[in-house]
Design a protein around this ligand. Structure first.
Ligand code: ADP
Ligand code: MG
Length: 734
């Protein structure tokens, strides 16, 4: 895949530092960071004059404006954020070792004297090679090669003392031990300070290196003392947690990995506690809100079922029942309905709207796009208008003419319209609703407190009941942790009669077989998706790769077919998708943007390139884009460079279509953070990793409960209260 290899390796150490044109921070200005080495840890810890933890990162030495932007992408804007984000892992090279003791595959540190340094081109002239020979004090020789760092040949000279840290290979010539692209540091008498031992791995974006992040952390570390610890001392004691400042110090600069683990544990605990406290506070706040209770009426559900045209699944019935129970209460419902694409969430939502209508109240339904709003309009009408002839469903989107808009708004204001379907613009607009009883939000993780306030202002009937729907299967434990202020209904069963998408993992060399099926289906009048590999953290690279793939397919593979391209960097994605849906092309080449709701029933094949880069849950979502009709359909998962492990992971998709099972597996194999998409949830990877441990979560929940029982509004712990409010703003559904 073009472009893929262009992503800088996360830890090209000195390379990144030099490439960005800045001088690495001189060791003398920093306390020794060779964590894992017995070095004085106190040296040079003088607070930076005038700097507070709340200061923007730009105020730290050697942070350029471009770095500020790079860090912001990681959610790091203040010195505090920088300190709180501990390394997610370490490279472990150990103390300097004699070359004679190295074995291929070891991660090692070697200190020695350069015997020679040589710059040359690789045999095919593609790469700049810098080759060096390093001799340790016992006379052992280590071969070193750096790729594409020609400046090294100018900086390093025979006779220099050098420390290198990297993986040990056997060189192809002469069988000497060799390191490729090792970290390096010129050393004086004291030995290496920044290379070898434990080297932190931080989350990065293009242009950052872990070593630069480490040097900023070093500078900021004295400020750790000044951070307020949001956790009450009693909580620290009960759960044997490190105080914040100590956790920050040990987390970034552990003497051994146990200290780092302790620190991460403390950070994760705090984060989860803040979140659980936030949920409890939110629940408490909502519990004093008043909603209009919607009485349950048997004849309404009977009429609803009679008008449906199909029997409800067991899972749908259960969800409807849970919703009806909530609606009967005076406390507003706050429920998340979670079910795979096609599991029939809309029918459940319509059943709720029917009951609300029978109580004389209105329902609004909000969709993320106008296309989906129109789809909902059709569905709600289909489900409701036959059995409830006086129940009017109307659409309000910005694409309407002025006259129609006026008519719909009048119908909403008079109460004549029972269900109003639209986009989010609906609530931003000056729409009046005579008697709003229920708000339904489809696929929207960004429905914040403000929008809810707006909704409440619309109605004289107290706070409306609230139902959110999502097609991202979230394992129950995770939902509890992330959306703890909501009740959860899960639809874990598909309506009968669906033909599952036939899924196959295709190993390299057999892609022609997948293309054959694409050809055959297109000949039969069907359409196909080709999904390009995911390139993390770079929309531009991803777009470039998709464009290259598109050109390749159009010229070399399917010159006789009609292809179109859509990627995240395009202005008019909707138009391309719409044209595809209308049959204007045979094959849509796309980045993962198609993941979000397009409905193309005529598409029967999906080819996913670089499938091993996607999560199972994500692949499952993608796969849901085909198989949306009675026609048999196919999903081919192409792996560029599959390890046995990734093949095994992908094969799960051949075996099951159960989104919740796949999500659970994804969480087990790759962690909760990957499952939910990076940082959408506003939680650190530390907390996400902790979610793998249900016993920890229940410990945290108990602690939050205890704290709030003792002190219901957390007046005694303003730090925790503030942290909880911040969390609530970050997690979105509340
Ligand atoms: P979701 O919103 O969960 O993705 P939909 O509500 O759009 O799913 O339902 C997908 C399709 O399945 C629709 O055509 C719907 O009419 C149909 N459907 C829903 N429930 C059932 C059922 N119990 N039996 C048969 N078909 C159903
Ligand atoms: Mg839906």
């Amino acid at each position: 895949m073009a472009g893929v290899d262009a992503t800088p390796p996360p830890l090209s150490a000195g390379a990144g530092d030099r490439a960005s044109g800045r001088t690495p921070v001189r060791p003398s200005t920093l306390p020794g960071s060779g964590a894992g080495f017995a070095q004085p840890r106190q040296g040079g810890r003088r607070p930076l004059a005038g700097l507070t933890p709340e200061a923007p990162v730009a105020e730290l030495p050697h942070v350029a404006p471009a770095d500020v932007k790079r860090l912001a992408k990681l959610g790091i804007t203040t010195v505090r954020d920088l300190l709180l984000d501990l390394p997610y892992d370490w490279e472990q090279y150990g103390p300097p070792a004699p070359v004679a003791r190295l074995r291929p595959g070891d991660q090692a540190t070697v200190v020695g004297t350069l015997v020679r340094v040589l710059a040359r081109r690789s045999p095919r002239g593609r790469l700049d090679l810098t080759e060096a020979l390093l001799q340790d004090d016992d006379g052992g020789a280590l071969q070193i090669v750096w790729f594409n760092q020609p400046y090294l040949a100018r900086q390093l000279r025979a006779g220099h003392r050098l420390a290198v840290a990297g993986a040990v290979h056997l060189s192809r010539y002469g069988g000497l031990p060799e390191m490729r692209n090792p970290h390096h540091e010129l050393v004086g008498e004291g030995g290496p300070r920044r290379v070898g031992g434990l080297m932190p791995k931080y989350h990065l974006t293009a242009g950052l290196t872990s070593r630069r992040r480490a040097s900023w952390v070093e500078a900021a570390l004295p400020l750790a003392e000044r951070l307020e610890d949001p956790l009450p001392p009693a909580t620290l004691a009960r759960h044997r947690l490190l105080p914040l400042a100590e956790a920050i110090r040990r987390g970034h600069r552990p003497r051994e990995l146990g200290e780092w683990r302790q620190a991460r544990h403390r950070m994760a605990f705090a984060e989860l506690l803040e979140l659980q406290a936030a949920f409890l506070l939110a629940r408490r706040r909502m519990a004093v809100e008043r909603a209009t209770p919607i009485p349950y009426r048997q004849e309404v559900i009977e009429a609803f079922k009679a008008g449906l045209g199909f029997p409800l699944t067991r899972a749908q019935r259960k969800a409807i029942w849970e919703i009806y129970q909530d609606l009967e209460r005076e406390v507003p419902m706050n429920r998340l309905l979670d079910g795979d694409v096609g599991s029939g969430k809309t029918a459940v939502a319509a059943a709720a709207a029917a009951m609300v209508h029978a109580a004389g109240l209105q329902t609004v339904v909000m969709a993320p796009t106008e296309v989906l709003a129109r789809q909902h309009l059709g569905a709600f009408r289909g489900y409701l208008e036959r059995s409830f002839p006086d129940l009017r469903v109307e659409l309000l989107v910005s694409g309407l003419g002025a006259k129609e808009r006026r008519r719909v708004k009048a119908a909403a204001a008079s109460g004549h319209c029972a269900v109003l379907v639209g986009t989010h613009a609906l609530i931003e607009d000056d729409v009046k609703l005579a008697a709003l009883g229920l708000a339904i939000v489809d696929e929207q993780h960004r429905f914040g407190t403000r929008q809810r306030e707006l909704l409440r202002e619309r109605s004289e009937h107290g706070r409306p009941h609230f139902l959110a729907m999502t097609a991202t299967p979230i394992p129950r434990s995770l939902a509890l942790a992330l959306y703890g202020e909501m009740a959860l209904s899960i639809i874990d069963e598909m309506p009968p009669g669906r033909t599952p998408v036939e899924t196959r993992v295709v190993e390299p060399g057999r892609r022609e077989e997948a293309y054959q099926v694409v050809r055959r289906e297109v000949r039969a009048g069907r359409q196909a998706f080709v999904i390009c590999p995911l390139i993390e953290e770079s929309g531009a690279l991803e777009a470039k790769a998709a464009t290259a793939e598109f050109d390749h397919l159009r010229r070399e593979v399917f010159p006789d077919l009609r292809l179109t391209l859509v990627h995240g960097r395009m202005r008019d994605k909707d138009a391309v998708m719409r044209a595809f849906r209308e049959g204007a092309s045979d094959i849509l080449v796309a980045t993962s943007v198609v993941e979000v709701g397009v409905d193309v029933p005529n598409a029967t094949v999906m080819v996913v390139e670089g499938a091993e880069r996607f999560g199972l849950a994500q692949l499952h979502q993608l796969r849901g884009r085909v198989g949306r009709s009675r026609l048999p359909s196919y999903c081919f998962l192409l792996a560029d460079d599959p390890s046995a492990k990734s093949l095994e992971r992908l094969r799960l998709l051949e075996q099951t279509t159960d989104g919740f099972r796949l999500a659970q597996e994804d969480m087990r194999l790759r962690g909760a953070g990957e499952l939910m998409g990076p940082r959408q949830h506003g939680m650190s990877d530390m907390a996400m990793a902790a979610l793998q441990r249900p016993e920890l979560l229940s410990e945290v929940r108990q602690e939050a409960q205890q704290l709030l029982e003792e002190d219901p509004s957390l007046e005694r712990w303003p730090g925790l209260w503030r942290a909880a409010q911040r969390r609530l703003e970050l997690t979105s559904l509340s």
